[in-house]
Design a protein around this ligand. Structure first.
Ligand SMILES: Nc1ncnc2c1ncn2[C@@H]1O[C@H](COP(=O)(O)OP(=O)(O)OP(=O)(O)O)[C@@H](O)[C@H]1O
Ligand SMILES: [Mg+2]
Length: 242
């Protein structure tokens, strides 16, 4: 179980990015976080992963206080994170990344299976270097494959649909639906996509650094379509693939 207690993140000019936010995520839950651009979703994900240190508040993971633990320690405890904009690793191949993520030396067939799941023709990619020659969408899919290979207790995906074409997006939804059915740990997906919101056990809406709503798909979905709610959140949550 993940518990965020009164988390705030304030930047140097005094602007509050996350404001006294408390949140509990139970085991084996498929949670989708949504909300307007600039609302604080990616910052919150980075705070959970240990990339950004909150100004105040406490984070517990399975009852252990991880507030002062760094990204590596949190990864070892079972938290994995796929960036909205993935990083490139010069000199490291796709196969290396998947092996590293799974913690073992996988057979080519096993490593390829992860790539196929995210819609990549595996044999074309397995020995490619994770450098600038990969397109943004390819890189994004490779990163999703590595998080899947890790099979950790908590996996966080920041806008997995970003930069992914419509055809591949359909495959990606299938992948997440499968993850939902076979869920081992908890999954947090940050997304603006209706089809991803549809498979959530629970939707959390974050706007202006605060948790503004939380509930089942049926409870939250109508409020997202409500113009007044969108206007007050300063956005239209449901929009096309970015
Ligand atoms: N280090 C920083 N210094 C100043 N402002 C920051 C910093 N980090 C984040 N912000 C601001 O905090 C706000 C929240 O950013 P964040 O990336 O968390 O939003 P988001 O909800 O993920 O948005 P999107 O839907 O566009 O991805 C933005 O206005 C961003 O510019
Ligand atoms: Mg973001």
């Amino acid at each position: 179980m993940l518990e965020l207690k009164n988390i705030s993140y304030t930047v140097d000019d005094g602007k509050g990015i996350i404001k006294d936010l408390s949140l509990t995520i139970d085991d084996k839950k498929f949670i989708v976080i949504t909300g307007p651009n600039g609302g604080g979703k990616s910052t919150l994900a980075k705070i959970i992963a240990g990339i950004v240190k909150p100004t105040s508040g406490q984070i517990l993971f399975d009852g252990v206080d991880i507030t002062d633990k760094n990204i590596t320690e949190r990864a070892q405890m079972g938290i994995s994170f796929a960036f909205q904009q993935p990083v490139r690793f010069k000199g490291v191949t796709v196969r290396d990344l998947i092996n590293l993520a799974s913690g073992k030396s996988l057979t080519t067939a096993a490593a390829c299976e992860y790539l196929s799941e995210v819609g990549l023709c595996a044999k074309d990619y397995i020995n490619r270097e994770v450098n600038a020659s990969l397109s943004g969408g390819e890189l994004k899919r490779i990163e999703i494959a590595t998080v899947m290979a890790r099979k950790t207790k908590l996996s966080i995906f920041d806008e997995p649909e970003a930069g992914i074409d419509l055809w591949s997006f359909k495959n990606l939804i299938d992948v997440f639906e499968k993850m939902h059915d076979e869920i081992q740990g908890s999954i947090i997906i940050i997304s603006h996509q209706e089809r991803i919101l549809n498979i959530a056990d629970e939707i959390i809406v974050i706007a202006n650094g605060e948790l503004v709503n939380r509930g089942s798909r049926d409870e939250i979905f109508p409020t997202l379509l409500d113009d007044t709610a969108n206007a007050s959140a300063g956005c239209s949550v449901l929009r096309g693939v970015k």
